[in-house]
Design a protein around this ligand. Structure first.
Ligand SMILES: CC(=O)N[C@@H](CCC[C@H](N)C(=O)O)C(=O)O
Length: 371
């Protein structure tokens, strides 16, 4: 299998959530070239589920890969750079998909005892594909619902060959946050006749940063990041509209509810103080990822016996993952897999080491062999 070639082809066609048209077509084409006798395939929106029949199955093992990209303009300078300006596989889903293809090929070539289902899931970065995919499978293809489920996420800060996970909570609760401010704009020279939404948004941004520092218990943890701020249309016109786009991360759903109450209070205050209308939209939200304790123990027992693999216990992270909707109902494990890149996730220069493609499919095949 020419996995590097596949990864580079996928890297060139990054598409955001539920728009993974070329990605789905590319994956279907690759899968169609594999022997078909042992596999059954279904499509769901822009996703795919492929089941590989085992030799003497006692259970169905699940592997999930995400397939979407981000609205980030690539700056790696690699020769196989994104052909979709403004979009990039900046979270490694091109690597995730290629590992899944490598695993699928190996399972078809050398079947194991158990059945395996590989889920190519859209829209992990948003608005969330895991929950509707899971629900669709339940209704339409219940025999594709695994008894246990696994997934990985690339870790730029770890060397290739290092895997890391932990029992229990691995990733946070998340909620997107979109705030629109509307007021009276006008000529730059007559501010007293307007309500400046750029000023209102700036003040709101600063106040929002007090939610974590002043309202969340310091022994708990939370994040509120505004990743995008926009206001106005011209340099000499006072903005009548501003928008803040961000995300909220907490370790429990209780702190998520508390943070939302504080955000709403701040928005109400800004509305009063600036004589404007503020609308809040929480977009999509993800459950935390909770790893199954027994499966994590088995994972470490297996990983510690594999030459070239260094298994570490990771800390919980404030990243979000809709894989949490799978671990909500199916015992599962998500783990980090090192890809040694000086630039982190969601960075325009993220450049994972492709050596991981030679390591991970084999590692996963061995893991699934002994389950
Ligand atoms: C692994 C990873 O980076 N996941 C994303 C998930 C984002 C969910 C949603 N769009 C949000 O921002 O809340 C992450 O940013 O952690």
């Amino acid at each position: 299998m020419e996995l590097v070639k596949i990864r580079r082809a996928l890297h060139q066609i990054p598409e955001i959530g539920f728009q993974e048209i070329k990605t789905q077509a590319y994956l279907l084409n690759i899968i169609s070239q594999f022997p078909q006798q042992r596999i059954e395939l279904v499509k769901w929106r822009t996703g795919i589920a492929v089941k590989v029949r085992g030799e003497d199955p006692a259970k169905l093992i699940g592997w999930r890969t995400d397939i979407d990209a981000l609205a980030i303009n690539e700056e790696t300078g690699v020769e196989f750079q994104s052909q979709h300006p403004g979009f990039m596989h900046a979270c490694g889903h091109d690597i995730h998909m290629t590992i899944a293809i490598g695993l699928l090929h190996k399972l078809i070539d050398e079947p194991i005892k158990n059945d395996v289902v590989i889920l190519f899931q859209p829209a992990e970065e948003g608005p969330g594909g895991a929950l509707p995919f899971r629900e669709w499978l339940k209704t339409n293809k219940p025999d594709f619902l695994p008894d246990c489920i696994y997934a990985l996420h690339i870790a730029p800060e770890l060397p290739v060959g290092t895997v890391g996970t932990r029992p229990g909570l691995l990733f946070a609760n998340t909620s997107e946050l979109f705030i629109d401010l509307h007021g009276k704009g006008g000529h730059a020279a007559f501010p007293h006749l307007t309500e400046d939404m750029a000023i209102a948004a700036a003040s709101m941004l600063m106040q929002l940063q007090t939610v974590v520092s002043r309202n969340v218990d310091p022994m708990d943890s939370a994040v509120l990041t505004i990743g995008k701020l926009s206001a106005g249309t011209a340099q000499n016109s006072i903005a009548e509209h501003a928008r803040l786009e961000g995300t909220i991360r907490t370790l429990t759903s209780k702190s998520m509810r508390q943070m939302k109450l504080r955000i709403e209070a701040i928005c109400h205050g800004v509305e009063q103080a600036n004589n404007c209308q503020v609308n809040i939209d929480y977009g999509s939200s993800y459950l935390e990822v909770n790893n199954d304790e027994r499966l994590v123990k088995d994972f470490f027992r297996y990983a510690n016996g594999i030459e070239g693999i260094h298994a570490i216990e990771s800390k919980a992270a404030m990243t979000g993952e809709d894989f949490g909707y799978f671990t909500e109902q199916i015992p599962g494990v998500m783990f980090w897999a090192g890809v040694s890149s000086p630039y982190g996730l969601h960075h325009s220069k993220l450049n994972p080491d492709e050596k991981v493609l030679a390591v991970m499919p084999e590692f996963l095949y061995g893991l699934f062999l002994q389950l």
